[in-house]
Write a protein that binds this ligand. Structure first.
Ligand SMILES: Cc1ncc(COP(=O)(O)O)c(C=O)c1O
Length: 479
C-alpha cells in the first residue's frame, strides 16, 4: 500500500545526543474547524509535543544549568520543586541525564496521571493540601522550602521566582515563534501560571512588533483577574492561575487579561479533541476559549496565535471523564440517573436474600438477631402487621450496632419485645426515585432505606447495595 507522500517529508540523517535536544521547535497548526466561528484565523503552537509533554520542558534544563553555573547545584545534589506536574517533568528529564535526585511537592488537586508520571521518571512526590494559604507551613511552597533546606545538597529552582524561566522563553520560544510566522500574527494568547511564557514571548514580540496584542488568560478565582465581583477562590483547571503575583511575571507586557471559567475551559478543551483531533490539557481550553472570543472581535484578516501548553493525557480521569464532569456540575447528565428499582433488580442477581425482610414488633429481640444473621443484614424494619401493605405498617427499625450496645449492657434484652428495643423507622424512598435522591437518604446516619412501590414497602436498600451497583455501572461504562 503506497503511503501518501506528504506524510513522509525528507528526513536528514540525524541522531540527537539526548532527548533534551528535542525540546522546543514545536509546530504551529491552523484550527480550521474552530476558525469557522470567527472572522479571522486561529493558530495553535503545540507545546504539548515537547518530549515531556508540556511547555515546561523548556525551563527544566535552563533552571538546572543556571544553578550549576552558580554553584548552587553540585553533582549528587537533590532538586526539590513545587509544581503542578509539568515543570516536574521538565526538570526530571534533565536531572535523569545529569544524575540528580528529584523530589516534587504537588497540591492534592493535581491529577493522578501527573503524580504517577513523575514517579515513573523515578522522582519522589510529596502531596500537600491545595486549600491552604500560600504562606502556611503546609503549602507546597513552604514544604518545598523546608525540604530543600533540610536535605544535604538540596536545591529548589523555584519556577515562580527563577529568572531563567522568562529568559528561556525570551531566548527560545519568542524567536522560534517569530521565525515560524515571520512575525505575521496580530495577537498572542497565553494562559498564565508563573507568567514565564507570556513574559518571555511578550517581551520578544513587543521589541519587534509593538502593536501585536499580548493577551493573558486566567482561570476564574485566580488573582490576576480578581476584582470585587470576582474574588479569588478555588478552581479546577491545573497549572495556571495563582493566589499571589509571582516575580517571574512582567504584567507590563500584557495588553489584556481574560478571565475564563472552569466550565468554558473544559468544554473547549473537549471540543479541540473532538473537532480538531488535538488531545489537550485544561489550560489549553482556557486559552482557546479566550482566543475564540478575541478573534470574534478582530477583523477577517486577523491571525490569532494561541499557546497550547500541555496534553490531555494527564487529564483522562478528570475533565475527559463524563462522570467527573457531572460530579462537578460541569456537564449535564445526558442519560437520566438509574432508578432505585434498577438497583434492587441488580441486587437480585446472585443474592438469595428476599427484597424485603422485616420483623414483627411483638417478636423477641433474640429472634430478630437470628433473622439478621440468617440473611447477613445489619438493619431491619419493624412492622406491626404482616404481610406489610403500606408504609404506615412500618413502625420502627433495628440496627445491629444499637442492638449490640443494648444486649452487651443487659443480656436479658434478648428476651425483650422488639417494640421496646426498636428505633425510629428507616427513611422511605419510592422505587421510581433516582439513585441521586437515595444517595442523599443514605449519606446520613442511616445505612439503609425502605423502598416502597405505590406506597407498599417492597424492599430494603443499603449503602453497600448502592456502592456495588455504582461500581458495576462504572465498570460497564469503562468496558
Ligand atoms: C498546563 C499548564 N498550562 C499553562 C502553564 C503556564 O505557564 P507559565 O508558568 O509559563 O505561565 C503551566 C505552568 O505550569 C501549565 O502547567
Amino acid at each position: 500500500m503506497k503511503v501518501r507522500s506528504r506524510l513522509l517529508p525528507a528526513l536528514a540523517r540525524r541522531e540527537y545526543p539526548t532527548v533534551l535536544e528535542l525540546v522546543g521547535r514545536t509546530p504551529i497548526v491552523r484550527l480550521d474547524r474552530l476558525s469557522r466561528e470567527v472572522p479571522g484565523q486561529l493558530l495553535a503552537k503545540l507545546e504539548y509535543l515537547n518530549p515531556g509533554g508540556s511547555v515546561k520542558d523548556r525551563i527544566g534544563l535552563a533552571m538546572i544549568e543556571a544553578a550549576e553555573q552558580a554553584g548552587k547545584l553540585r553533582p549528587g545534589g537533590t532538586i526539590v520543586e513545587p509544581t503542578s506536574g509539568n515543570t516536574g517533568v521538565g526538570l526530571v528529564i534533565a536531572a535523569a541525564l545529569r544524575g540528580y535526585r528529584c523530589i516534587f511537592v504537588m497540591p492534592d488537586k493535581m491529577s493522578q496521571e501527573k503524580i504517577s508520571m513523575l514517579r515513573a521518571y523515578g522522582a519522589e512526590v510529596v502531596i500537600t493540601p491545595t486549600a491552604v494559604d500560600p504562606h502556611s507551613p503546609e503549602s507546597y511552597y513552604s514544604v518545598s522550602d523546608r525540604l530543600a533546606e533540610e536535605i544535604p545538597g538540596g536545591y529548589k529552582p523555584d519556577q515562580y521566582s527563577n529568572p531563567s524561566n522568562p529568559e528561556t522563553h525570551y531566548e527560545t520560544t519568542g524567536p522560534e515563534l517569530w521565525e515560524q510566522t515571520d512575525g505575521d500574527i496580530d495577537a498572542i494568547v497565553i494562559s498564565v501560571g508563573t507568567g514565564g511564557t507570556i513574559t518571555g514571548v511578550g517581551r520578544y514580540f513587543k521589541e519587534r512588533k509593538p502593536d501585536v496584542r499580548i493577551v493573558g488568560v486566567d482561570p476564574e478565582g485566580s488573582i490576576f483577574t480578581a476584582d470585587e465581583r470576582h474574588p479569588t477562590g478555588p478552581y479546577l483547571v491545573e497549572g495556571i492561575g495563582k493566589e499571589c503575583w509571582p516575580d517571574t511575571l512582567d504584567a507590563d507586557v500584557v495588553d489584556e487579561w481574560v478571565r475564563v471559567s472552569d466550565r468554558d475551559s473544559f468544554r473547549v478543551a473537549r471540543r479541540l479533541a473532538r473537532e480538531e483531533g488535538l488531545l489537550v490539557g485544561g489550560s489549553t481550553g482556557t486559552t482557546a476559549h479566550a482566543g475564540i472570543e478575541l478573534a470574534k472581535r478582530l477583523g477577517s484578516d486577523a491571525r490569532v496565535l494561541m499557546f497550547f501548553p500541555d496534553s490531555g493525557r494527564s487529564y483522562l480521569s478528570k475533565f475527559y471523564d463524563d462522570n467527573w464532569m457531572i460530579q462537578y456540575g460541569l456537564l449535564e447528565r445526558t442519560t437520566p440517573p438509574p432508578a432505585v428499582e434498577a438497583v434492587l433488580r441488580f441486587r437480585r442477581v446472585g443474592h438469595d436474600v428476599p427484597d424485603l425482610v422485616t420483623v414483627g414488633s411483638h417478636e423477641k429481640v433474640g429472634s430478630a438477631i437470628d433473622t439478621m444473621q440468617r440473611y447477613g443484614i445489619s438493619q431491619l424494619p419493624v412492622v406491626r402487621n404482616e404481610p406489610v401493605d403500606s408504609l404506615a405498617d412500618v413502625v420502627g427499625s433495628l440496627h445491629e450496632r444499637a442492638l449490640l450496645d443494648r444486649v452487651f449492657r443487659n443480656p436479658d434484652a434478648l428476651n425483650e419485645d422488639v417494640a421496646v428495643a426498636m428505633q425510629p423507622p428507616l427513611p422511605a424512598v419510592d422505587a421510581d426515585a433516582s439513585v441521586v435522591e437515595v444517595y442523599e437518604g443514605l449519606s446520613g446516619t442511616n445505612g439503609a432505606v425502605v423502598v416502597a412501590t405505590a406506597g407498599k414497602p417492597t424492599g430494603i436498600l443499603t449503602r453497600s447495595d448502592l456502592l456495588e451497583f455504582l461500581a458495576a455501572q462504572r465498570s460497564q461504562v469503562q468496558s
